[in-house]
Design a protein. Structure first.
Length: 189
């Protein structure tokens, strides 16, 4: 009977497990550290995602987005705060004819000139040169054709007059803005 070995006599704990080693039962910091790192990484990722979505949403709602620098002509719909000028309107109404041939047009224009508020000599220069200024502007408009004096070219005319006054006519004052109180061009029959 010795050949018959009762299987019940063998203890379950006596036989070595397959795989050669005993099973480690871990605990403490060894198993806790990967879990902590996993949750920290998830938290950081969620925070970055929420901040990114918030910034994009705020930019879309406020319509700002990335700032854009525009160079060139400042004749756009928004020009920022316009400077305040002092205006000289003592030139009066100028009436002349265009240089169109054979049928010229009659031009009636009233110009207002804006200049810097902090220039005390500018006012006296405009007053002292009033008659010269009227003659100079009359010659300017009589040298133009009716096609050059259309409403579509008003900004160009204002820029030409401002440049002409600043470079060839005025000494101490600087014309900063030209306004047309009246600019009528009528064909003469």
């Amino acid at each position: 009977m010795s050949d018959n070995v009762d299987l019940d006599d063998l203890g379950e704990g006596d036989a070595p497990e397959s795989g050669g080693g005993s099973k480690k039962k871990g605990g403490g910091l060894g198993n806790l550290l990967p879990n902590i790192l996993k949750f920290v990484a998830i938290g950081i990722g969620a925070t970055v995602f929420i901040v990114t979505v918030s910034i994009i949403t705020v930019n879309l709602v406020s319509k700002k987005g990335a700032s854009v620098t525009i160079t060139g002509d400042n004749n756009g719909p928004y020009q920022g705060t316009r400077p305040v000028y002092t205006y000289y309107d003592g030139i009066g109404s100028i009436v002349t004819r265009t240089n169109d041939y054979p049928v010229s047009s009659s031009v009636t224009v009233e110009i207002i000139i804006g200049y810097d508020m902090d220039n005390p000599q500018a006012s006296s220069e405009f007053v002292n040169r009033r008659f010269q200024l009227r003659d100079h502007l009359r010659n300017y408009f009589s040298g133009k054709s009716a096609a050059e004096l259309t409403p579509q070219r008003e900004e160009e005319l204002k820029a030409e007059i401002r440049e002409m006054l600043n470079t060839r006519f005025l000494d101490t004052a600087k014309a900063r803005e030209i306004l047309f109180n009246k600019l009528d061009v009528m064909e003469v029959f």
